[in-house]
Design a protein around this ligand. Structure first.
Ligand SMILES: Nc1nc2c(ncn2[C@@H]2O[C@H](COP(=O)(O)OP(=O)(O)OP(=O)(O)O)[C@@H](O)[C@H]2O)c(=O)[nH]1
Length: 345
């Protein structure tokens, strides 16, 4: 058997929608310190945004080393997408020194960790660590918490259901798979918020990984890479809500769609309008690119709940259609027609 030290280390980056996973990847790639890094990035929506954001953010990672697996959660496409992608990366004549895997915000990490036990992967790659990025203010305000009364009522009605809040289940699985937690968006937390976020994380399950507070996921990559966790050998210590069903699960609690956006006249007004739509319709996440009047640059627009940011990102490429697109993600039952009308009005 190949000794563990010869295996290529892979770091799995998990965390709920909009917590800061891509922000972390960009930071790590930019500070790679000579390592050749490959990235596998997975998104829930059919329009990939993260791959675009990662390209060109560091010499450590040329464009061929960024593989996007869009439209589906890695945890459900392990055999068809993930394993072949890993094999292709490690079979390269010049394989990467380290592989970073960003799961979609809705992915459950455990089925993915199990894939590292597959023949063809097991002897050549090891899970160096699982990093859970947590949106501090979302955790602090109870976004991921179960309502105990509702859970009790639901359990009385159907004992096979154990959650009234699908966000709580995803959050719990992500925290309980982690070797390290980044409590991110610390700039938006005061002391009470910090304590509430920590309490929510600790209430999510039995696992107690170390927790580090971050802003914009700025952390020395030396802290993240080289944990040597070998998570694939340690799955029993990473409980999932789906252990009883042998990992089987659905994502039908969540849905996403893409909205074509007309050019905007004013980025501030656009962001304010999107924030109103997100609040009115209970949208969890919006992200995409928009053309602004006569500007040569694409505007990146990002919303987590109704908190929005926007920035010019890169010039529209020659011949590229200046068509804006926004991915919208929420719990199943979104009023698509209403959202579409409000966004394109
Ligand atoms: N205020 C604040 N915003 C942050 C911080 N870190 C990231 N963000 C913003 O949060 C938004 C989401 O960040 P991403 O890095 O795209 O989050 P993600 O987890 O990759 O999102 P998904 O892939 O859609 O699940 C972006 O607008 C970021 O600029 C932080 O520390 N503070």
């Amino acid at each position: 058997m190949t000794p563990v030290s010869r295996k290529i280390p892979a770091t799995v980056i998990t965390g709920f929608l909009g917590a800061g996973k891509t922000t972390l990847l960009r930071h790590v790639i930019a500070q790679a310190g000579g390592r050749r890094i490959a990235v596998i990035v997975n998104e829930f929506g059919e329009t990939g945004v993260d791959g675009d954001l990662l390209r060109g953010c560091g010499a450590a990672c040329d464009d061929d080393s960024i593989v996007e697996l869009a439209n589906g959660c890695l945890c459900c496409t392990v055999a068809d997408d993930f394993v072949p992608t890993m094999e292709a990366l490690i079979d390269r004549p010049n394989p990467p020194d380290h592989i970073l895997i960003e799961t979609s915000g809705l992915a459950l990490p455990k089925p993915l960790l199990k894939a590292f036990d597959w023949p063809g992967v097991r002897n050549r790659v090891t899970v160096d660590g699982v990093i859970a990025v947590i949106d501090g203010p979302a955790a602090a305000t109870g976004r991921f918490a179960d309502d105990p009364t509702a859970v009790a009522a639901q359990a009385a009605e159907d004992p096979s259901l154990d959650h009234d809040n699908p966000l709580a289940e995803v959050f719990g699985d992500q925290v309980n798979a982690a070797d390290l937690i980044l409590l991110n968006k610390a700039d938006l937390l005061d002391a009470a918020g910090r304590a509430a976020a920590e309490a929510a994380i600790r209430a999510a399950g039995p696992r107690r990984p170390p927790l580090i507070e971050t802003r914009e996921c700025r952390i020395d990559p030396a802290v993240l890479l080289g944990l040597g966790a070998a998570a694939e050998d340690d799955l029993a210590a990473r409980p999932s809500h789906h252990d009883a069903e042998d990992g089987a699960h659905e994502h039908n609690d969540f849905e996403s769609f893409t909205v074509p956006l007309p050019p905007a006249a004013d980025p501030e007004a656009l962001a304010a309008r999107l924030a109103r739509v997100a609040a009115d319709y209970g949208v969890l996440r919006m992200k995409g690119f928009v053309a602004v009047a006569d500007k040569p640059l694409r505007l990146l627009v990002q919303g987590v709940g109704s908190r929005f940011r926007h920035q010019y990102e890169r010039p529209w490429a020659p011949g590229e259609e200046r068509q804006g697109r926004l991915v919208v993600i929420g719990e199943t039952g979104l009023d698509r027609a209403g959202i579409l009308a409000a966004l394109t009005a």
